[in-house]
Design a protein around this ligand. Structure first.
Ligand code: HEM
Length: 423
């Protein structure tokens, strides 16, 4: 599986090199001579957001934003904020006895996204959440336009329209409130600790240092809205599907899935390894040099980093690396989820929030499970099971192998109990 040099030419006759295997992909993702290039299709949303910045400007933006994501934030969020959000969102679906998993995943994470991005929800109403979900779904379509199967020009227009409406309805008022607070702080009328802890506040406080204008701030906030919800919703659905299959083949683990949080978290990591948000990352060489596997690239060449091949490397993950096995032994110092959260320059900000930090338990430090494990724990506790009358369907709007719809029944069945995922 280990990466062998591959160099060929794309349709435009631009040289294209492919990096495969874990170590080579890892090294390529950490190499500053390779510039992010998968998001240029949708500049209307992605131009100069954190994920597409490079060099000094990326380092500076990342430094101010990263402060929000210190480990205490992930723990605080998991303990103090997420349980209430989850219970509230799940509540209405429990009444209906059914839900669509990708939609549910998006909805439950929209609050996380909005808290991080700095979007106020003054009404706290269902219709307000519906609006945020619709805007954020559109931003996700824009961010993943590279893999879209729809007419890209049409999607771009839709994203621009959604951005304008999102700005008027949510960003402008959220901005006004924060500007007033920052003004009070600068006059010394309010202590600095009273500033909201979110991306929008950080950007407003640093707009001169970072040379930010209103459009850039809008795009960054919209990008964070989708980053916090999109990949997690897909990961939730993939994991549930893996659990359903595992439970069929391993009925002896059904109870364990409901009672052993560490085991459930290993299942989440195993599924993340098998289903990276994007199976590939794209970069462009900024100068001539040799890739870690020896392939020469020239300035302007495209480099495809095959994350899927990295995550399936048998020397690290075992001979059965291509199959779901939460009991697998993974090579030392290799994350159980492989390169699914990226590594190096653009390492995912949400890794600890979504995936947790492992399960080492001490008296005063309970395990940090991450939002995905917590979500699945709640779903399984409420007997979530595939709806036999409505099979799941793939998302045909993207080339990425995601589920478009995954209907579940939830809550104890009215009469005889069915086996469901966990029996
Ligand atoms: C299962 C959930 C998630 C997965 C699989 C995932 C995956 C990734 C990957 C692969 C990258 C790097 C892309 C590249 O190198 O080209 C990334 C970047 C990023 N992710 Fe996530 N992500 C997830 C959840 C989150 C969450 C919850 C947030 C919270 C805000 C988030 C925020 C970000 C940000 C801000 C970046 C850009 C970092 C930079 O460019 O410096 N992600 N994510």
């Amino acid at each position: 599986m280990c990466g062998r040099p591959i160099r060929f030419y794309s349709d435009s006759m631009k040289a294209l090199a492919k990096v495969t295997g874990y170590q080579h992909a890892h090294a390529a993702l950490c190499d500053r001579r390779l510039v992010q290039s998968m998001y240029g299709e949708c500049d209307v949303l992605m131009e100069r957001v954190l994920l597409t910045l490079h060099g000094e400007s990326h380092t500076c933006r990342r430094a101010i934003e990263w402060k929000l994501f210190r480990r205490d934030f992930a723990r605080y969020y998991e303990r103090e904020v997420y349980p209430a959000t989850l219970a509230q969102t799940l509540g209405s679906y429990l009444d209906q006895g059914r839900l669509d998993l990708p939609e549910f995943g998006f909805r439950v994470n929209i609050n996380l996204s909005a808290d991080i991005a700095g979007i106020d929800r003054p009404e706290g109403s269902e219709s307000e959440t519906d609006m945020l979900v619709a805007f954020t779904r559109k931003f996700s379509e824009g961010a993943t336009l590279f893999h879209s199967t729809r007419d890209k020009a049409v999607v771009r227009d839709e994203v621009a329209e959604a951005l304008a409406q999102f700005n008027a309805r949510f960003v402008a008022p959220s901005k006004r409130r924060r500007e007033a607070i920052l003004e009070q702080i600068s006059r010394g009328d309010l202590p600095e600790e009273q500033a909201p802890r979110d991306i929008l506040t950080v950007l407003l406080a640093n707009r001169d240092d970072q040379d930010l204008n209103d459009d850039m701030i809008l795009r960054e906030v919209a990008f964070f809205m989708q980053a916090g919800a999109h990949s997690s919703a897909n990961a939730l659905t993939h994991t549930f599907h893996e659990l359903a299959q595992w439970s069929e083949a391993h009925p002896e683990d059904r109870i364990r899935l409901k009672t052993d949080d560490g085991f459930l978290q290993r299942c989440v990591h195993e599924s993340l390894r098998l289903h990276p948000a994007s199976p590939v990352a794209w970069r462009e060489a900024s100068e001539s040099f040799s890739l870690p596997d020896g392939t020469p690239v020239a300035a302007g060449d495209s480099v495809l980093i095959d994350l899927m091949s990295a995550n399936l490397e048998t020397s690290l993950f075992g001979e059965d690396a291509a199959s779901f096995n939460p009991n697998r032994e993974v090579a030392n110092r290799i994350p159980t989820f492989g390169l699914t959260f990226g590594i190096g320059i653009h390492t995912c900000f949400g890794r600890d929030i979504a995936g947790g930090l492992g399960t080492a338990k001490t008296e005063d430090q309970p395990p940090h499970l991450g939002t995905l494990t917590n979500l699945l724990k709640s779903l399984l506790r409420h007997d979530a099971r595939p709806d036999p009358a409505r099979p799941p369907v793939a998302d045909t709007a993207t080339e990425r192998p995601n589920w478009g719809s995954y209907p579940l029944l939830i809550g104890a069945p009215p009469l005889a109990k069915t086996a469901g995922v966990t029996g």
